[in-house]
Design a protein around this ligand. Structure first.
Ligand code: MGP
Length: 209
């Protein structure tokens, strides 16, 4: 036979609203403004560039972002030829995607020593700039970001949607530079059109900060 009194329904109903709200907050994840997709590129020479690009996961909450971030290797631990790409869901991390076609990238090339000193920190700051929509209204123009791990020097880039949107591009470049606390002229902006059709290392710099 049950010995304890059944809980009064009335006492539950009398819970103050603030208590209910606090409890709900404990269980609710915190939504991001956009949904994001993380991609991984592994350079397997027997496959095409597109075949080497794999979607890892999508997320749209702060909690799921950190769960993914904490689960995967830092860029400095990846092999040469590997990339991570974080893009708004619906935009593939390639020049050909309609979201990138007219765009370009703020490109930062790191020295070999910076792999140990700066690479992982810069990449984490870049991710936070994106998911936190750091660039004010210009965040609309952001498509994603890429980190390339390369023997000649690693690269980090923020891709934007239209290389003619000078104001948005300069706002993004300026705020990004301040956030990473890097010296002037350490980043330049190149259109994907130029990058994809370049011969040698002659890509034109459209803007710099
Ligand atoms: P990369 O990986 O961006 O730079 O491009 P990496 O390896 O430092 O080489 P570098 O040329 O900048 O010195 C390497 C190659 O990958 C390109 O030359 C293309 O063949 C291919 N590639 C890179 N991207 C970003 C794309 C893309 O968006 N679409 C296609 N089709 N190929 C790409």
């Amino acid at each position: 036979m049950a010995t304890s009194e059944p809980k009064s329904v009335e006492s539950e109903e009398e819970q103050p609203d603030t208590q209910v709200a606090a409890n709900a907050d404990e269980y609710m994840k915190h939504p991001l403004q956009n949904k994001w997709a993380l991609w991984y590129f592994k350079n397997d020479k027997s496959k095409t560039w597109t075949e080497n690009l794999r979607l890892i996961s999508r997320f749209d909450t702060v909690e799921d972002f950190w769960a993914l971030y904490n689960h995967i290797q830092q860029p400095s631990k990846l092999g040469y030829g590997c990339d991570y790409c974080l893009f708004k869901d619906g935009i593939k991390p390639m020049w050909e995607d309609v979201g990138n076609k007219l765009g370009g990238r703020w490109l930062m090339t790191l020295s070999k020593q910076q792999r140990h000193n700066d690479l992982d920190r810069f990449w984490m700051e870049t991710l936070l700039c994106l998911v936190g929509e750091t660039f004010d209204e210009a965040s609309e123009d952001v498509c994603g970001a890429v980190v390339n791990v390369r023997p000649k020097g690693d690269k980090i880039a923020v891709w934007t949607s239209n290389c003619q949107n000078r104001d948005a591009i300069m706002t993004i470049g300026q705020l990004y530079k301040e956030r990473l606390n890097i010296p002037s002229k350490a980043m330049c902006y190149q259109s994907h059109d130029d990058t994809s059709s370049k011969s040698g290392s002659t890509t034109k710099n459209m803007y710099s900060v």
